[in-house]
Write a protein that binds this ligand. Sequence first.
Ligand code: PLP
Length: 222
Amino acid sequence: MNAIKPVFENITNELNSIRPGINIIAVTKQVGVERTQEAIDAGIRHLGENRPEGLALKLQSIDAGVSWHYIGNLQTRKVKDVVNNIDYLHSLDRLSLAKEIQKRAEKPLKCFVQVNVSNEETKSGILPEETLDFIRSLTAFDKIQVVGLMTMAPNTSDSALIRTVFKELKSLQLQVAAEKMEHAPCTECSMGMSNDYVIAAQEGATFVRIGTALVGSESEAK
Ligand SMILES: *Cc1c(COP(=O)(O)O)cnc(C)c1O
């Protein structure tokens, strides 16, 4: 596979030319420990996993000052295995999950509320029109800090449609931030993957989540 460092530098430059300060999360869910270590050696400081098993495997073998992002659907019964080992959760999408986090987290957890902007049945997430009420309902949960919103673009090659979805998430994020809720500063926007991170950056992403285009994919590590 390609060396990670030059790819990381290219993507960093590409994003910096759009807007400085965008955080790149290397999604390592499809690669093993060695490749993850290579990502860290290349200077990557944010890593993303979408399964408790993958996260545990990497935490066991990797000891470095990096931030771990949990980006996948999180089953309620898995919360206890995950929440105290991560820095960010990108998939807060229901009240029952919030309740379990409140019960299990030892300190406040930085969470992104996942929004189903494209309203696809196959996607999880809160509907846009319900997002503000959902976030308001988290006021009493002192273990949950809503740092931002997250979405996944629809699975399409229609870049105009993808752009519309990202614009809507950004506008919603700014709307929540304007409420200035103590538990929900909501200053961040997690959107953009390998195929659409440029569009996401142009539309105001502060975190992009890049897997295959950055660290590749090793089928045996799945
Ligand atoms: C897998 C995944 C990514 C990265 O996808 P790539 O297309 O490989 O860049 C980003 N976000 C989420 C939520 C994912 O599950």
